[in-house]
Design a protein around this ligand. Structure first.
Ligand code: FBP
Length: 560
């Protein structure tokens, strides 16, 4: 792989000089923190099943770090491996940097290696030694390109066994898995396997995902959500300004986020567009596709009555999975594709594939599948990822909505109930935000998460997720510790089987962020309350460069 040799932009040069601020408790180094253990914990649901699957790592206590000497941390020489898993998120390189600095600060002889290309690098023993000079060029940059990422899932007994052997061959004492809910589930399973085999190696997870759905009472946010939503908000804000300038298009913007609508909600707060669809609400209200279209058409008509044939509608990419009939169809397709994988790959044309799945679906679902535009039907049949998730980023839901809106408006026009003009433009923002230069928040947060992971390892902890909290305060006031991964788990259906997984945090309809949104959305629909947030600011006043998400601000305000 080509190595970065010099700074190629002024911003990159400036950012390489940025020094993340550590939480006070970690400032003296990981040899000066003591782990304070709380009470035993339980999984969020399905306790009996999760306990059964994690006999050795279930029920661990929450750990909080306090200042205090840990002389053993200085004496021990350890080799640690880090792996980046799943989709890219801004700040991954700073997790590596924090981990590296934490380990070296404890003992210069400690070493860090990075497995290449995600968890498959562990299985292939493909790694590189993290080197101070090379790392310097990646500090505070976006992307995962230093060691890349991948979505391989380590799940078979053979894979667990070769993970154990390969960690041994590479002389690794501890593994840090940087990933989302699925990857951290994998981390917990590796930790459990190693314990079961009496292998003295730690596994620590780090909460990463732009989707913002890996959070709970303890993990306040996953890294990358802050930067990605700032990038999307800049783009959506620019579109709002274009829309109000030209006054001729309805812009439909689909935003990444997989199942959860957190990204869409946050970008909604930041830009105040006319329509913000929230998948979780659509599911709760059991809105059919037709009802969702009705709700959009209502706003289009209202605005056109005021002479405004333009607007902006945000569509979460996971919306399709929340529409009850589509949810049922996707679940049935997941099972059919998992049970007939070989047969399905033998079929070459889309028509054959569609006929095959329709023959296995119930009449109701088969009719629905046939009623969908060909493009959407084929996107629904695309390969699932190794964790069994449908590739929602490939499903052009906004186009499906537009097609149905056009039909509905044409019918209304015939009945003289709509006199406006509807021209639409579609956008999909996802990959644009995953590798941006991390915001100051994410640069600090990720560095702290990595450094804190070193502290967890040097305290001999395994099966924990690196925890850094109190995030609305200045970094020096952030709290640190570890949360047992099994505590976040429940059992879900994946690839046609029941599997233990970290429970996804979807948008909570009783939560403060959603409630605040509900208070404002009617006004946004008819007015042009647009906000143009502009690009991420890395320098300048703290009230611009130091702020994090509205979602976190609302969530934390409920605690007061
Ligand atoms: P993670 O959950 O692994 O962080 O991935 C997030 C994400 O960006 C989703 O928002 C999106 O649906 C998916 O990855 C796209 O996956 P891929 O990178 O494989 O196309």
């Amino acid at each position: 792989m080509a190595q970065k040799t010099s700074c190629i932009s002024e911003l990159q040069c400036e950012r390489s000089r940025f020094k993340p601020e550590l939480p006070e408790v970690l400032k003296k180094g990981v040899a000066f923190v003591k782990a304070v253990k709380g009470k035993p914990t339980q999984s969020v649901a399905d306790q009996v099943k999760v306990r059964e699957l994690f006999k050795n790592t279930y029920g661990l206590p929450i750990v909080k770090f306090k200042k205090g000497a840990n002389p053993a941390a200085k004496k021990k020489i350890i080799n640690v491996a880090v792996v980046l898993s799943g989709g890219q998120a801004p700040g991954g390189h700073n997790v590596i940097a924090g981990l590296f600095d934490g380990l070296k600060q404890a003992n210069k002889k400690n070493e860090l290696i990075g497995y290449l290309g995600g968890p498959s690098g562990i299985l292939k023993k493909s790694f590189k030694k993290i080197d101070e000079k090379v790392l310097a060029q990646y500090r505070n940059t976006g992307g995962f390109d230093y060691i890349q990422s991948g979505r391989t899932k380590i799940e078979s007994v053979e894979q667990f066994c070769s993970t154990k052997d390969n960690l041994d061959v590479c002389n690794v004492n501890a593994l840090v898995v940087v990933g989302g809910d699925d990857s951290n589930t994998n981390a917990a399973m590796i930790a459990e396997y190693l314990k079961q085999e009496n292998v003295d190696k730690c596994v620590i997870g780090v909460p990463k995902t732009i989707d913002g759905d890996l959070k709970n009472k303890y993990i306040e946010t996953s890294f990358g959500f802050d930067t990605a939503t700032k990038i999307y908000a800049e783009l959506v804000g620019n579109i709002c300004r274009d829309a109000i300038s030209a006054q001729k298009y309805w812009h439909f913007v689909r935003l990444m986020g997989r199942s959860a609508s957190h990204i869409t909600l946050e970008v909604g707060f930041k830009t105040q567009p006319n329509i913000v669809l929230i998948g979780e609400e659509i599911l709760a209200k059991k809105m059919t596709l037709s009802k969702v279209v009705d709700s959009i058409v209502e706003v289009i008509i209202k605005r056109s009555q005021d002479g405004k044939n333009f607007g902006i509608c945000l569509v979460p990419e996971g919306l399709i999975e929340f529409i009850p009939e589509m949810k049922e169809l996707i679940a049935a397709l997941n099972d059919i594709l998992a049970d007939n994988a070989d047969k399905f790959t033998e079929l070459s044309s889309m028509e054959e594939k569609k006929n095959f799945v329709c023959s296995k679906l119930s009449n109701k679902l088969s009719d629905l599948m046939c009623s969908l535009p060909a493009g959407i039907a084929s996107q629904l049949m695309s390969d699932r990822d190794p964790h069994g998730n449908v590739a929602v980023s490939m499903i052009e839901t906004e186009k499906l909505l537009i097609e149905m809106i056009q039909k509905r408006l044409a019918e209304l026009k015939k009945k003289d109930k709509y006199k406006g003009k509807f021209s639409s433009v579609t956008h999909f923002f996802g990959y644009e935000g995953r590798c941006g230069f991390p915001s100051n928040f994410d640069a600090n947060y990720t560095y702290a998460l990595g450094y804190n992971a070193a502290a967890l390892i040097l305290n001999g902890l395994t099966g924990y997720m690196s925890f850094v909290g109190n995030l609305l305060k200045a970094p020096k006031q952030w709290e640190c510790g570890g949360i047992p991964i099994t505590m976040m788990m429940n059992v879900e259906r994946r690839n046609g089987k029941d599997k233990p997984v970290i429970q996804k945090a979807l948008v909570d309809l009783n939560g403060k962020p959603f409630k605040e949104f509900v208070k404002m959305r009617d006004k946004w629909a008819v007015s042009e309350s647009y906000v143009f947030p502009g690009p991420i600011q890395y320098f300048g006043p703290a009230n611009v460069s130091g702020i994090t998400t509205r979602t976190l601000q609302y969530e934390q305000s409920k605690k007061k």
